[in-house]
Design a protein. Structure first.
Length: 228
């Protein structure tokens, strides 16, 4: 008697049997492109927000220099103008920092979503795994592999990020603002310099702590479905 060939068990997506020629791959690809488009808009917003803040900061510095030249130095007119302009610049900077932190969190979620879709691709076609450069795991190492094609990044990677750079600029603006306030109330050079430096360090620490708490709160509640 002729022996029947073995029946190949089809792959499944969380218990959903993939038989015949269903459009699962098309659905997954459509979702992948949707996430990719959203991620592109997120990065565009990051660049736009950062560029807008730097433009506002540059305009404020130029305006302050023109006022200093017009009023003949850093007298009462310069201090009044600086006390009006610098708080606005700082407000824009702080708002930009918080939005950049939120955008980075949203971008991380999008990367996790695309990693899950790659995991589904490999369930449909396991033989394609050697050709995937990005990760198909939705845990922290998998996300880092998709971000930077390595499982671990150093401090230079974090320091070069837009939120960190904006936070540093915000801290410097805070220090300058406090120094101008001290000058307006008649403090000496040494006192206002110390106050400005301490204010800059305190502002940097506060912004860093708030950003870390936001990221830690989101990552602490997350449970990967396809860990490495």
């Amino acid at each position: 008697m002729r022996q029947q060939p073995p029946v190949r068990t089809p792959p499944s997506l969380d218990g959903l049997e993939v038989t015949g020629n269903p459009p699962h791959a098309q659905f997954l690809a459509t979702e992948h492109w949707s996430l990719l488009a959203t991620r592109s808009m997120t990065w565009t917003e990051i660049f736009s927000r950062t560029g807008t803040y730097l433009t506002v900061l540059s305009a404020a510095v130029i305006a302050l220099s023109l006022v200093a030249n017009t009023t003949g130095g850093f007298g009462q007119g310069f201090r009044t103008f600086a006390l009006l302009v610098l708080p606005v610049v700082l407000l824009v900077g702080v708002g930009t920092y918080f939005r950049l932190v939120e955008a980075d969190i949203e971008d991380a979620w999008l990367v996790i979503g695309m990693n899950r879709l790659r995991h589904a691709y490999l369930e449909l076609a396991p033989e394609l795994e050697p050709y995937f450069v990005a990760s198909h795991h939705d845990d922290a190492p998998g996300m880092l592999q998709t971000y930077s094609f390595r499982s671990r990044v150093g401090p230079t990677h974090w320091l070069s990020g837009s939120p960190v750079l904006v936070a540093i600029i915000d801290a410097v603006v805070t220090g300058v603002l406090i120094a101008v306030v001290c000058q307006a109330v008649g403090a000496g050079v040494v006192l206002r310099t110390i106050a400005g430096v301490l204010a800059a360090l305190a502002a940097g620490a506060v912004l860093g702590a708030i950003g870390y708490r936001k990221v830690h709160r989101v990552s602490g509640d997350y449970r990967p479905r396809f860990p490495s």
